[in-house]
Design a binder for this molecule. Structure first.
Ligand code: SAM
Length: 346
């Protein structure tokens, strides 16, 4: 952010770098990041070459090495976006999913790095009764280090300049006063829409490519899938408009999975993008007008990645990185607020 002294940040579970991109825009210098996915790390390195990236399982990273990267400077912000899958409503595993322990790694890093603020982002499931034990454990671990963990707050990315309904659970820890989550930048009524984000892109039919943009290519669909798409009303239609002969067998007389084969709506926000965000069988991921799934470019724009952000990997690996990312604009809005708070406190 122009005119502001950059504050230091460390990005744990950095993935392809959605958080880092937003932190940079919000006035932070990201000193180090950790992730163990080789393809996401490749993307991260292409876009953030000056950040010291630890491409390792987090359990194997020694926080003292990260401390050395700070060269004696205080760490202002530790961001922890541990995998969401263990806390997702889709996770039907009984008992504790071993991945749910990853969030506890933050305590080991906080002990050595002593950040002013710790920011956690996850799915709303983290704050439900089922995972109360984990939150309590996190709170106890941080309390032992002198941190207070604020209550979980649910926010919608759409309120922070993101053309997408994406409800997230965020928590902030601090050794003194806990900063609040910023007021919506784009409250309901001012939400950015699918039209704002992607209407300027050239129309494509299934299987077509935009020769000027390698991420704007429409995947092919089977002839029956195309037929179904042709029957889904433009601009927000759903599978419930399909004639009986085109209905999927598993959907006959069933109300479930209402978004499968659904189209996005031009003047609304997009639904939550997931790792399957370019697959019409995995959600409301069909284009509002064209008979096809959205392209990777459209998905990246709906997650507010800048157009010059580079992605490594094949199509499904890129879709997974985009779907897993924290939307850049949402992070930027929170980062600006945290920056003001830390500067004011210091
Ligand atoms: C929700 S995604 C992070 C998204 C990222 N913060 C962004 O904004 O683009 C969670 C990340 O945790 C990483 N991860 C999962 N298990 C890990 C482990 N044991 N060690 C390090 N990283 C891990 C995954 O590779 C994935 O990139």
């Amino acid at each position: 952010m122009k005119g502001l002294k950059p504050l230091t940040a460390v990005d744990l579970f950095c993935g392809c770098g959605g958080v880092t991109e937003g932190l940079k825009a919000g006035g932070f210098q990201v000193v180090a990041a950790v992730d163990n996915d080789p393809v996401a790390c490749k993307t991260y390195k292409m876009n953030h070459p000056s950040v010291h990236l630890y491409e390792q399982d987090i359990h194997d990273v020694d926080p003292k090495d990260i401390l050395a990267n700070l060269k004696g400077e205080k760490l202002d912000l530790l961001v922890v976006c541990a995998p969401c899958q263990p806390f997702s409503s889709q996770n039907r595993k009984k008992g504790r999913d071993s991945r749910s322990n990853l969030i506890m790694q933050s305590v080991r890093f906080a002990e050595i790095l002593n950040p002013t603020i710790i920011f956690f982002e996850n799915v709303p499931g983290l704050a439900t009764k089922r995972f109360r034990g984990i939150l309590e454990e996190l709170k106890d671990g941080l309390n032992r280090l002198g941190y207070n963990l604020g209550e979980p707050v649910q926010i919608n990315a759409a309120d922070y300049g993101v053309p997408q309904r994406r409800i997230r659970c965020v928590l902030i820890a601090s050794k003194s006063k806990i900063p609040t989550i910023p007021e919506p930048v784009t409250p309901a009524g001012k939400w950015k829409t699918v039209r704002d984000a992607i209407a300027h892109l050239p129309p494509l039919q299934a299987g077509q490519k935009d020769p000027t943009d390698p991420l704007h290519f429409a995947r092919s669909h089977s002839p029956i899938a195309i037929k179904r798409l042709q029957h889904i009303p433009k601009d927000g239609g759903s599978r419930f408009s399909l004639p009986p002969e085109l209905e999927l067998k598993c959907h006959k007389n069933k109300k479930g999975y209402p978004d499968v084969y659904g189209r996005m709506k031009w003047d609304d926000v997009a639904p939550t993008l997931t790792t399957g965000c370019t697959d019409i069988t995995r959600g409301r991921f069909a284009h509002p007008r064209d008979d096809r799934a959205i392209t990777l470019r459209e998905a990246a724009l709906l997650q507010t990645f800048p157009v010059n952000y580079k992605f490594a990997g094949n199509s499904s690996q890129i879709a997974a990185q985009i779907g897993n990312a924290v939307p850049v604009k949402m992070v930027e809005a929170i980062a600006i607020n945290l920056h003001k708070f830390i500067e004011g406190a210091g």
